[in-house]
Design a protein around this ligand. Sequence first.
Ligand code: ADP
Length: 923
Amino acid sequence: MKSLRPWTKEELQEIVNLPTHLVAVITSDEIFAKIGPLGEKILGWEAHEIQDENVRKFIHPDDWHRTSAKIHELLLNTEELATEFTNRCLHKDQTYRWFSWTARASNGRVYSLGTDITEKMQFKEELNIQTLVLDNITEGVIICSVEGEIIYINSAERSLFGYTSKELLGKNIRMLNALNHEETNLYLKDVYNSLKQKGVWVGEWLNQKKNGETFTTSCRVTHLSLKGTRHLVIVQRDITLEKLRQKEQDELRNRFKIFFEQSILPMEIYDLAGNQLVVNQSWRDLFHLNEIDITEFNILTHPKPRELGIIPYFKRAYSGEAICIPTFYIDIRETYPDARPRWVEGWIFPILDEQKKVKELALILKDVTEERENSEKLRLIVAERERAEKRLTMAVKAGKIGIWEWDPGSDKVYWDESLCEIYGFAPGTFTGEVKEYDRLMYPDDREILWQKVKDATEKAIPYAIEHRIFRRDGQVRWIQGSGTTLRDECGKVVLLMGTAIDITDKKIASQDQEFLSSTSEILSSSLNYLENLQKMADLSINYFCDGCLIDQLLPDGIIKRIIVSACTEEVRERMFKVHQDFPQRYNQDHPLFIALSSGKTMLVPDIMKYSLEQKRYKTERYFDELRDMGICSVLVVRLKGKENLLGTITFFTTKGSRHTFDARSKWLAEELAYRTSMSIENSLLYLHSQEAIRARDEFVSIASHELKTPLTSLTLQNQMRKRQLQKDKSKILDEETFAKMLDADDGQLRRITRLIDDMLDISRIRAERLTIHKEKFEFCAFITDVLERLNPQLESAGCFLTVELCSEVFIRGDSYRIEQVVVNLLTNAMKYGAGRPIHIKVMASPVKVTLLVSDEGSGIDPKDIERIFQRFERAVSGSEVSGLGLGLYISRQIVELHDGALFVSSQPGVGSTFIMELPIGHD
Ligand code: ADP
């Protein structure tokens, strides 16, 4: 406040009209006394709207108090006081405008000159706000002139650089640079260019603190126009730490990238949705894929991982668990056609974000294909080796191959399990002493065996030899042995080793074959089969038993002992005798009978025990006999030809024998039985054929005789007639004589015809060409006819005939052939009936008709009964009654062709009845 001179009137008038200021004259009542010409211009009010109005109405309420105080202060201090103040005055548009007043009182009124400072005040306010904001932001802000003079620096920038405002304001910004002059120039060039083009420059700046430390900021430079002048606003943030962190992170990332890419472990990374994000080189190598091959793959949606059952592992990994996937087979050819399938093991690691949440999954694989293949190969090799070992063991066991080693140093012999078994030793019980080994050698073979061992040792000749040994149980066994030596570099024998195979069974089998072939030879050696059988039996008792019996079954069912072979003559004789004494004792329990009836080979290991067991045996004496002879076991085999039972062959052992009967003996006995059966059957056939030849020869002689007799008779008659004709011609025409001659000739010719017919029938039967032509006829009438036709013969034989017929009965048959049978039966009755009466009887039943032709002749011996129905068989000699022995044979064939039967019932000395049965001929 300063003291002023009072204004003059003129001055006051001049002031009121000032054009540069808003002039207000205010009374002590705070009323506008006057308003200068600018009032309307600046505030919008017209002079009359303001004049005489209370000042308070136009002043901002906040400023009124201050304004009022100033007015009153001025009025009190008269003209000497001039003051300045600011306030806001109301514009007509109801806004306020700022005014800066210079006022003084004069004549009880306040004269105020106001300057509109609204713009200035607004700028100041804005600046205040901006300063406040700038000072409160974390970025450092510098405002400088284009030349670099710092005009503003905010607090963040100050603390960033360590300077106070004072130290910086008005200074050149270069002082904050850490770059040298040239570098700074280069930078600035870039900054100005960018500002020019884009109005902004963004980059990093290397700065220097007050303490000399350098640091990097991220910098943003823009233009700012201040009071019409271009300035630069630089906003910067210290990024040193950030950069460091970034660098660290970059390094880390880089390291990880290198690690990931260069890792020898195949790796892949999956996002949360299961998409394969990235794979490394090893992964590509694993599947033989190129980078370009890699396409989209999703572990969670692809069907393959599901099939492999590995999805649950991924799910667990997604929930944050690091987990190992056991070996699995990856075949991703569906996605990557060129990929090779692999066996892998896997580990899944969740990759976490800063919130420790699973962000991605890393899958690390380990190729175990080779390992697996190797272990598979190894497994196969081991399995193969095991199999080979097993096979070898099996072969060794199956082949009963024993292995031995003899260490000449310790003179000990080692036997393996198989060899122990061959020698009958429990495993490990053989002492290994050479002496013990020597004791087990069969004396006859000992010398040669040791010689072989010696040669092997001294001359290095490996050997193979068949020799015998004693088993521990005393059994003699055949061994096929081989041996060789192992030598050191100096040729010294360090080990003798070899194998032994029990070939006893083979040996025995070949011996058996030899034995059987010699028996076959013997059995066919001569035509005398009994002699052959005896030799065969003798051979067998030297081979596998102590005795052999052959019992032949005769046609009448009787069993005849034909061969006995035994070690002693006494047993031989007694064996014949016991058979004769007790043949009737063979009942159903006798081994011989069982074998004969069932065909089963009977092996009785202990005949005495057997006899006791068979309760039905009441033949103690018989068995006493056998016991007395020392019979132990019995082996009975049936002898059977192609069709007929031939008997039995029995082998036995006696007390103290070296033979025992077992499966092999049974087999041998059966083989011998087969050969014996063949031999007996062949011999019987031979005998039979001999007999047949004899019968045929006899037939030929009889046939010649039979043919010759009527021919001779005819020849004689003829000669006689010739002579008579020469002697006495008158007798030629004697009718009776002539008729008799013709009858006699007829008889002879019939005889010849019959003979020839029979012979023809025989050959027809042989060729199976005897045929019948069936027709229906009444049998009784048929018999009556036949008898009538035969009447002349019957009469000439002087036979009395009785005939008994039944009522009418029809049959279907060949009447010609049946007549042949009836004629034959009647002819025989005449021939063999000794001239006594002959009885004919015909009987009928619903099924058959029976013809009985009975005579009272000498009858037929029972032993001939069947034989007479065979070819050329006669029960009488040719000299007794003439005949070929064919009639009954042919007759039976004819009857059998009619499905009938022809047989005879005869009693020697009483007579015979021939019975013919024929079926009734139903339609
Ligand atoms: P053949 O009478 O030509 O010898 P057969 O075959 O008719 O031929 O008879 C065979 C044998 O049967 C006769 O040789 C005879 O020994 C015996 N035989 C046949 N019929 C009788 C009979 N009625 N009485 C006794 N023996 C007979």
